[in-house]
Write a protein that binds this ligand. Sequence first.
Ligand SMILES: Nc1ncnc2c1ncn2[C@@H]1O[C@H](COP(=O)(O)OP(=O)(O)O)[C@@H](O)[C@H]1O
Ligand SMILES: [Mg+2]
Length: 294
Amino acid sequence: MIHDMHNEILKAEVLVEAIPFIRKFASSVVVVKYGGSAMVDDALCSLVIQDIAMLKYIGLKPVVVHGGGNEITAMLERLGKKTEFLDGLRVTDKETAKIAEMVLSGSIGKNLVESLQSVGIPSVGISGKDGRTLLCSKKTDAKGRDLGYVGKIDSVDSTLLTTLIDNGFVPVLSPVGVDSLSQTYNVNADYAASAVAGALGAQKLIFLTDVEGILKDKNDPSSIFSSLTEGQALSYIEDGTIAGGMIPKVQCCLDALQKGVKSVHVLDGRVPHAILLEIFTTKGIGTMVTKEEA
Ligand SMILES: Nc1ncnc2c1ncn2[C@@H]1O[C@H](COP(=O)(O)OP(=O)(O)O)[C@@H](O)[C@H]1O
Ligand SMILES: [Mg+2]
């Protein structure tokens, strides 16, 4: 009996500890990039949804930008198409772009919207095509290689996003964009998230992925950097410490900081309640990237 009471008091203390963080972040925009690799199963997905719902109930303004790498790859396989990646970016022919759009906007985005709504959060799924939110042009990679219909985001029109946010909806954005000639592009979701965070003047940008954070040794979870500065991050891309899908992610961290986002976090989406742990407790769990030494 006394033991039970003690447990209940501990729970209350956890809530009270969050007060300064709630005060600090209430009404600020937090962009959460979720998936593809972090979307491992329904159970974990519903924990992520709970976290996002909690942010909204507390008064923050979450915006979800989702990926879908694994599901796109699986769908392409079912249709007998092979996938090629160049430094973490998918090479996308016209048909692949179409399939990616169907999976992202038609399936993953709408599932996230309904999951949020099932816990009482009004939500609307849009892609970068809606309201021409993500205006793109064709991207060639850093080494000048053609990636097909992979878009580089030239501008973000945040009118639709702010309309939704101001009316109490949590926007769920699929990383699909158009150019001025109405050509559809597949955009790396990390780039979409950082562009949107910049355009909305977000307080935080959170990347949920399938590793503990940014690692010194990709195969050793204990080698996590708890924080990195811009300069350090750049040198780790150059020397190959940061590779594959982590390259665009880290470039996005730096890009968002440049645009005024206060802090960028790379978190392990497989850890239950990673978002709440990161925002509402003093001990962070992933890697925080900042412009200068924190
Ligand atoms: N230094 C590093 N630290 C962490 N992950 C790294 C590093 N270098 C490469 N990676 C790879 O980057 C992957 C994350 O990128 P990606 O597969 O595109 O996931 P997401 O779907 O979350 O964007 C990790 O699973 C890991 O294999
Ligand atoms: Mg990726």
